[in-house]
Design a protein around this ligand. Structure first.
Ligand code: ZN
Length: 150
């Protein structure tokens, strides 16, 4: 139980229970779909751009608490940022989740709640799925994202 408690921190629970930016946009510029068959997580992500700025972002989907919380935290973190800033944040989060230790630049704020999944390799893909899907949307790739095969 203590393992679960450390994993499902308060922030994760909150964002899973009340996901931010959940739903669809009236006029999305980009969209992407992600699928994590290992866990059954699915996400549909939409975003609206104003120039290079992520003006609006929304997601829908069904998944475990980690994937939903990660998607919710992600939309909060990248809304209002430029495409370049969002991709840089994606790289930092991916490093935090799959690489070694805390983010060297610090300041990941609430996103650091996701770092607990490092101890649970099966869960890392749940946490990174929304970010890979964001990457696909930002780079305007048409193929659905899957955590299988890389
Ligand atoms: Zn999952």
């Amino acid at each position: 139980v203590s393992d679960l408690l450390s994993l499902y921190q308060e922030i994760i629970l909150d964002h899973n229970k009340t996901p931010r930016n959940f739903g669809r946009l009236a006029a999305p510029d980009r969209s992407a779909d992600g699928d994590n068959p290992l866990c059954g997580d699915r996400i549909h992500l939409e975003l609206a751009l104003e120039g290079e700025t992520l003006r609006e972002i929304a997601f829908e989907g069904q998944g475990c608490a980690i994937s939903t919380a990660s998607a919710s935290l992600m939309t909060e973190a990248v809304k209002g940022k430029t495409v370049e800033q969002a991709l840089a944040l994606f790289a930092r989060v991916r490093r935090m989740l799959t690489g070694g230790g805390p983010d060297p630049e610090g300041e990941l704020g609430k996103l650091e709640a996701l770092a607990g999944v490092r101890a649970y390799p099966m869960r890392v893909k749940c946490a990174t799925l929304p970010w890979h899907t964001l990457g696909a949307a930002l780079e305007d790739r048409a193929d659905p994202v899957t955590t299988e095969g890389g």
